[in-house]
Design a protein around this ligand. Structure first.
Ligand code: TXA
Ligand code: MG
Length: 323
């Protein structure tokens, strides 16, 4: 039998993963948002392997991960406001697009030629331990083929990449289940480029800052960040459905009578629970091989904004550009 690529997060597995990264190869590891496909952010050959494994368009820049703010300051400029934000939201599901320092050593493939880079300090203990062991920036997009649903378990990653990957560290299912909130800060204004578990409400509660939301899907490759078709299952996706048709799979929310081929994101109507179940339930329903997955309406408040963002992209026509 072939040796399993999935390793429990022991000290040996972490060292093995770090050594593979240092050799310029790619590994998958868990974060509190989704599983990442990681490579050494200073090694362009290694980064090229991420783009090729994911079939990701090269104009779409990657996020880099670091173990703490002190190391972040080696690569980017922090203002008083971005320092304050880092103190509040790092470690956590929060990514800031920040101005790169000159001679940062970060591969130009990561930034797709931009003068900024997206940075995150994750809180997941396995990601944190791996980052400390590697002691450098790890670039990691979600560990799925471009345009597909992001993985929230090690098994999802394995299904997606098979023996293309040498090692996947299994940290169990991801708590948040949606990719991190991405923000860009220019002077005193914060723009939300991608909604996530850190919500507008939470930012407003914790810090005084002007917030702009800019998550309009785009198919303009020059403006990176948000491409229209993403998180897409093979089935068609129909949104805001209260009464699914016969032969449709149904992704329900709240107190709903069980029907055939239905999964419920959160019977009690809890948005955080729904976020954490979204991608894995969408995958399970997709495996029924029905033509359509219909989805119940989800309230657009709190993390519901991020859930609706992902659902709208999942429902977008697939001939649009993929993230
Ligand atoms: O939760 C997450 O953020 C996961 C985990 C693994 O950390 N990563 C993730 O990465 O979702 P990825 O590559 O799938 O999404 C990164 C997004 C892309 O939409 C990209 O266009 C945007 O960040 N991005 C990266 N650098 C940027 C920049 N300099 N300016 C604007 N957008 C940027
Ligand atoms: Mg992704």
């Amino acid at each position: 039998m072939a040796k399993s690529r999935i390793y429990k997060p022991t000290a040996e597995a972490i060292i093995m993963a770090s050594d593979i990264l240092k050799k310029g190869e790619v590994v998958s590891f868990p974060t509190e948002t989704v599983y990442g496909l990681g490579a050494d952010a200073t090694n362009s050959d290694a980064i090229a392997k991420i783009f090729s494994a994911k079939n990701r368009p090269s104009f779409n820049p990657l996020i880099i991960h670091l173990p703490n703010t002190q190391m972040v300051e080696k690569y980017v400029e922090l203002s008083q406001l971005t320092k304050d934000l880092s103190n509040i939201f790092w470690p956590g599901p929060f990514t800031m697009v920040l101005p790169l320092k000159k001679n940062s050593g970060i591969s130009t493939l990561i930034t797709a030629g931009l003068e900024t880079v997206a940075i995150r300090v994750p809180s997941h203990p396995v990601a944190h331990t791996l980052l400390n062991e590697f002691n450098g920036p790890i670039a990691a997009p979600s560990a799925n083929k471009s345009g597909q649903i992001s993985p929230t378990t090690a098994q999802h990653v394995d299904q997606e990449f098979g023996d293309e990957l040498e090692l996947i560290i299994d940290g169990g299912p991801c708590d948040n289940g949606l990719e991190s909130t991405i923000v860009k800060v220019v002077y005193d204004q914060l723009t939300i480029l991608r909604p996530g578990n850190v919500t507008v409400e939470e930012i407003q509660e914790k810090i005084e800052v002007k917030i702009v939301t800019d998550t309009q899907p785009t198919d303009n490759p020059i403006a990176p960040g948000q491409l229209k078709s993403h998180y897409a299952p093979n089935a068609n996706v129909r949104l805001n459905v209260i009464n699914p048709e016969m032969n449709e799979a149904y992704l329900a929310f709240g107190d709903t009578n069980q029907v055939e081929n239905m999964l419920n994101l959160s019977p009690s109507g809890d948005l955080e629970e729904a976020a954490s179940n979204l991608f894995s339930m969408m995958r399970s329903l997709d495996q029924l091989n029905l033509k359509t997955i219909s989805v119940a309406p989800i309230p657009k408040s709190g993390v519901g904004v991020a859930i609706n963002d992902r659902l709208e992209r999942a429902a977008a026509p697939k001939d649009l550009l993929k993230d």
